[in-house]
Write a protein that binds this ligand. Sequence first.
Ligand code: NAG
Ligand code: NAG
Ligand code: NAG
Ligand code: NAG
Ligand code: NAG
Length: 494
Amino acid sequence: MLIQSTLIALSATLAAAVKPLTVKNQFFVDPNDNIFQIVGVAYQPGGSAGYNAALGKDPLSDGDICRRDAAILQILGVNTIRVYNLNPDVNHDECASIFNAAGIYMILDVNSPQVAGSLQNYNPWESYYDTYVNRTFAVVEAFKNYDNTLAFFSGNEVINDASSAGQVPPYMRAVTRDIKNYVAKHCDRKIPVGYSAADVRDVLFDSFEYFTCAEDGKSDDPSRADIFALNSYSWCGDSDMQKSGYVDLVEGFSNTSVPVFYSEYGCNEVKPRMFTEVGAIYGKDFSQVFSGGIVYEYTEEENSYGLVSVNTKDQSVTLLKDFYTLKDQFAKLDWKKIQGVKSAKDGSGPKPPKCDSKLIQSKDFDGNFTLPAMPPNVPKILANGVSPKPSGKLIEVTNFKSKYTVKNADGSVISDLAVKPLSNDESNSPGTNDAKIQSSGSVTSSSGNSTTSGSSSEATSDAKNTSGAAGSAVAMTVPAMAMGAFAIFAGLAL
Ligand SMILES: *[C@@H]1O[C@H](CO)[C@@H](O)[C@H](O)[C@H]1NC(C)=O
Ligand SMILES: *[C@@H]1O[C@H](CO)[C@@H](O)[C@H](O)[C@H]1NC(C)=O
Ligand SMILES: *[C@@H]1O[C@H](CO)[C@@H](O)[C@H](O)[C@H]1NC(C)=O
Ligand SMILES: *[C@@H]1O[C@H](CO)[C@@H](O)[C@H](O)[C@H]1NC(C)=O
Ligand SMILES: *[C@@H]1O[C@H](CO)[C@@H](O)[C@H](O)[C@H]1NC(C)=O
């Protein structure tokens, strides 16, 4: 009897472990009115191949895999995952509910490398049509009811050079407008929508100004991005604020009117990675401007950014050296203090600049603020909602134990691995799940020798060289896991 009522009491709280975050001034704010710093990891096991339409599979479709990974990510200490490539028509209820119970938010890309899955960076008007826009709306429908849905990315690195900067901006702002209008009309809460930029310094700040300004100077302008993020790989090895160019980012975004954060970081030019940037990102100067960041990436794929390696034959996972290093860097920080900064009064933050071509520095950048109209048929879908609606909902999770084996780098098995469900209002932080793992000092190899899930994913093998951008002093390697593939697939689609 006692046991039973305890179970009921426990399960009653499970469906609501995290409460939705809101945006106040230029920050995310948690239910206790504290400014929320994203401590994230990019989550796309299998790379682009992690999405398989024929098998009805995407990174959030298999509860057993999510249980395994949510437990590992809890141990690492993160509170957010970013997922790039989702199928709106598969059921995500169990995975979303597991991550929710684990205190982990989700930032979701609405795009996909599938045909009609993204806006192209070349001739974008050819890819802006009803089937594509409907897809972005369908992802919103699929994830809008989960309390741990943190934000949607309307685009990822679609502007990455002078040529794309000359064509894409009005289309990208139009896609953001359409998704924001859909959220306003069909969601119970204001889920933020924004753009994830390539850290190509020639176009970065123009993109930032272009997407975050307000056409009439009013912050509720429907085409203005609610958030702005960048994929930044300029801190390599044991770097510092100056050498990495981080100082220029803090300065460049210092007047932001929306939350700014790293949607990817973790340069791997120097291996094993040291993740000394973690101390900088959550340090005082940085966190007065930025809202944290997302480490690229959870699984080891062909481009070698993995924290863990997955054996796709038996779904066992082996932790890699970078996992232990990153965990140690997170554990060094005082999270009570970092996540305990009270929000300022709403409306007291920097005001958005009024959209004006004067905001744009580069001659190559299309700073036209007259946006393309919605494509034919889209106004109807926007008015009536996606049909049929693939909406999900949080469900009760009772099983938290990982079905799959998880091993330390030395091959020893981590026993009793399970998600530790958190209570209401809590998000995950280092130390919450204190499952015993190997001590980092004894980890030598930087890559496991198990079969990885790297396979033949074309999306994960390309490491783009974006340092060619003139005037950028810092070499940056952008995995562009999603973007590389988007461009390839979108090109083929025509
Ligand atoms: C819109 O998306 C839904 C969900 O994926 C799909 O069932 C429907 O066929 C799509 N409609 C159009 C017009 O593309
Ligand atoms: C931020 O605003 C201050 C005060 O208006 C201004 O002096 C400064 O140039 C601005 N910085 C940037 C990067 O726009
Ligand atoms: C701006 O875009 C609109 C809509 O595409 C177009 O009609 C107009 O000519 C453009 N203005 C300039 C100056 O290019
Ligand atoms: C790695 O290789 C060693 C020696 O061949 C083997 O004993 C060990 O089990 C392997 N580890 C994994 C995780 O496969
Ligand atoms: C990247 O591009 C720059 C400029 O085009 C070039 O100097 C550099 O050698 C390239 N690096 C790699 C690794 O290809």
